[in-house]
Design a protein around this ligand. Structure first.
Ligand code: 13P
Ligand code: SF4
Length: 356
């Protein structure tokens, strides 16, 4: 690996220590990773690449090399609006496909090509066609955690931040919401529309129980509890805020300074991200890891930039891409118009679609 001048290595180590010490990283670890983060950023500059990292990625990726941190759709929109030739998506496959749908002329690289998602994999385009025959008058709304093929078969996409605005915004009174069962059930509690659910589940969020959430509340009565809406309704019912990762970040950012403690009922990467960005607050996480998200490491990011393997280059057939894009654009139209759909304790009504 290329050798960097000692002063550049020192400066990079200091930068990493200043950030990552908030989540327990020592100087030795930062010194070890500094040549790698420098090399990755240099390779990204050489290739005119932008590096995106979902908030569930590890802190070395989020703060060592990412140009943008955020949720999947927000990241893809950021990347589309750059002049980069290459997008490196530190996340899972459906996210990189969404980036490709929005940026067909850019090369989209997925460092961990086998990083999937239990929600995305729970449903295929064929399943949607079968359901359409059963519910011919319904609007088909799919969560962004789906393949491009599924997005192409639906009428409109939504995110965890704008799901309610989208469901309320479609003209039909009957909605088939795909594929997240718990998100659909959470929406049913807020909408008068007839919502049919599917049985997709997030392997991380389905594990949270109301008993555990109550036990945490008893342990930390002053903490605000932020629950992802991929969680079961009985857990969402206990939340101070229910929404997506972008909603959670905004909630913390906009909270009064005397609110010192937050309990995050979501994948544990987000609590590390927030601890770095808000060091004067305390984030109690759940230690629930998404094994798919954690497949990405710094070495793969460097490898994919320097010499991508064919399976790391994301492709979407053009006819599928065009129809998936139409479903995403429909979401952007609906959320721009969006009725005021926000509810106390259930921040499902973000209108921008960007999450943060
Ligand atoms: P958001 O970041 O869109 O809230 O999604 C969470 C998630 O589970 C991504 O896979
Ligand atoms: Fe999919 Fe859940 Fe992992 Fe997100 S956290 S990528 S929804 S399995």
């Amino acid at each position: 690996m290329k050798r960097f001048p000692p002063e550049a290595l020192q400066a990079e180590t200091d930068r990493l220590v200043a950030l990552l010490s908030h989540v327990g990283w020592g100087r030795d670890e930062c010194e070890f990773y500094a040549p790698l983060t420098l090399r990755i950023r240099e390779a990204a500059r050489d290739k005119n690449a932008v590096i995106l990292a979902h908030s569930y990625q590890t802190p070395d990726i989020l703060f060592g090399v990412a140009d943008f941190r955020g949720d999947s759709l927000g990241l893809s929109i950021e990347a589309r609006d750059t002049t980069a030739d290459v997008i490196v998506f530190c996340g899972v496959r459906f996210m990189a496909e969404t980036a490709k749908v929005l940026s067909p002329d850019k090369t989209v690289l997925l460092p961990a090509p086998d990083a999937g998602c239990s929600l995305s994999e729970s449903i295929t385009g064929e399943d949607v066609r079968r359901l359409r025959a059963l519910h011919p008058d319904a609007a088909f709304v799919c969560y962004v955690n789906t393949s491009a093929e599924v997005k192409a078969e639906c009428d409109v996409v939504c995110t965890s931040a704008n799901a309610l605005a989208v469901v309320e915004g479609v003209p039909q009174d009957e909605v088939v919401f795909l594929p997240d069962r718990f998100m659909a059930e959470n929406l049913k509690a807020l909408s008068r529309k007839r919502i049919h659910h599917y049985d997709g589940r997030c392997i991380v969020h389905e594990t949270f129980s109301p008993e555990t959430a109550r036990a945490w509340k008893d342990l930390y009565p002053d903490a605000k509890m932020l629950v992802h809406t991929e969680s079961p309704p009985e857990v969402v019912a206990l939340a101070d805020l229910a929404g997506g990762t972008g909603d959670m970040i905004r909630y913390v950012r906009e909270s009064p300074p005397e609110w010192k403690r937050f309990m995050l009922v979501t994948e544990c990467g987000l609590s590390d991200r927030l601890q770095v960005e808000f060091p004067d607050r305390e984030f109690i996480g759940t230690c629930s890891l998404c094994a798919h998200m954690k497949r990405v490491g710094l070495r793969q990011v460097l490898q994919v930039l320097e010499d991508p393997r064919p399976e790391q280059v994301v492709t979407v057939p053009e006819d599928v891409r065009v129809r998936a894009l139409r479903s995403i654009e429909r979401m952007l139209e609906l959320t721009r118009k969006g009725a005021d759909t926000s509810r106390p304790h259930a921040n499902l009504g973000d209108r921008t679609g960007r999450g943060e």
